[in-house]
Write a protein that binds this ligand. Structure first.
Ligand SMILES: [Zn+2]
Length: 362
């Protein structure tokens, strides 16, 4: 749709459907305050929908600006049928910043709602009054509902910041806030029925459908957060240095059988192929060695079962946890060469070893 302060603003097509729905739903109210508009009633309704989404956009912009203040690059803001999402690269590194980035959105909505609420008594009656009333109500609802303490809502991130601050464990905090989101999902699902039981007024089918959509949105968002926190909690145990295999360094024309024999003799778990200048140029693939029958091994050079070391296959030996996984994901391979800060070879990191260590950490 455009850019705000260098941030792309995207609008999902699902938004259009809801905009049409809003203009239809609000048409009777418009008809009441401004009768006789004819087809213009729906145009006015569409304008109301745009105003609603503009206030959602302000909510998202406040998240984006706060994230940017903390040095987190903001990719885009997307408006979809249930509101908006601000796409931020990385995460706040302290509970305080997490709190700031998440709480500013609902506070912005509440502030906008209060401004319109204050404008209401001085607004002339008619269409304008209806618009101001609607914007006050909608923003206050969006602000307050987003403070419900469960992921994926902003309030869930506020709760996460609090638990993180109290326990020092960001992953446990995510799991707690995720469960908050699941409780909120169940509450949303039960709300129409509870209201019917309390007030005695029958609930519309559409209310049940809406409750189901919201509950599904909350439950899936909460579950995704819990799952990713459980995975990420296990990552810090993965240290490249501890998982490394000692590497035997051989010239490329050495027969495979000889290289394997020497590696076993020297208890090296991997083999590096050296170039003319004596620096490693390729790493032998364990899978390719295993696929080569014993009787053929004396006749093929070790270089023929090695993968040339391209830039992404050199990793720092000090990598640990998430940075290590990210570096491996950038260039997927079965083996990596680990280097000391001074450029000397520390050893070889085998992806299978990392997978196994990760499974053990479960
Ligand atoms: Zn928000």
């Amino acid at each position: 749709m455009g850019q705000v302060g260098g941030i792309d603003v995207l609008v999902r097509s699902s938004w259009l459907i809801v905009a049409v729905l809003i203009s239809v739903l609000i048409a009777p109210a418009i008809e009441q305050v401004a009768p006789g508009l004819g087809a213009w009633t729906y145009v006015a309704g569409g304008a109301f929908a745009v105003l609603l989404y503009l206030s959602v956009l302000l909510h998202e912009i406040s998240h984006a600006l706060m994230a940017r203040r903390y040095g987190l690059p903001v990719r885009s803001i997307t408006l979809h049928f249930l509101g908006g999402v601000t796409e931020i690269d990385g995460e706040p590194d302290t509970p305080g910043r997490e709190f700031g980035v998440s709480v500013v959105g609902p506070l912005t909505s509440v502030a906008i709602g209060l401004v319109f609420l204050l404008l209401l008594p001085v607004t002339p009656s008619g269409l304008l009054e209806l618009a101001v009333e609607m914007l006050a109500t909608a923003n206050l609802i969006v602000g307050v509902l987003n403070l419900v303490p469960g992921l994926p809502l902003d309030g869930g991130r506020v709760l996460r910041a609090g638990v993180w601050k109290a326990t020092g464990d960001p992953h446990r905090a995510t799991i707690v806030a995720g469960w908050g989101g699941r409780v909120a999902a169940v509450a949303a699902l039960g709300y129409p029925l509870g209201r019917e039981l309390v007030t005695g007024q029958p609930t519309l089918i559409s209310d049940y459908v809406l409750a189901l959509v919201i509950a599904a949105f909350l439950w899936s968002g909460a579950t995704a957060a819990i799952v990713s926190a459980k995975v990420r909690r296990r990552l810090p145990v993965l240290a490249a240095r501890q998982l490394a295999r000692r590497a035997l360094q051989v010239p490329g024309d050495q027969p495979l059988s000889e290289a394997v024999r020497r590696a076993q003799e020297e208890r090296a778990g991997s083999i590096l192929v050296l170039g003319q200048d004596g620096r490693p140029t390729a790493v032998v693939s364990e899978a390719a060695v295993l696929a080569t029958p014993d009787e053929r091994r004396p006749w093929i050079p070790v270089s023929s079962v090695a993968r040339t070391l391209q830039p992404g296959l050199f990793l720092a030996a000090d990598l640990v946890g998430e940075p290590l996984i990210r570096a491996m994901q950038r260039t997927p391979a079965s083996e990596y060469l680990l280097l000391e800060p001074d450029g000397t070879v520390y050893g070889v990191l085998v992806t299978e070893d990392v997978d196994r260590a990760f499974a053990r950490a479960a």
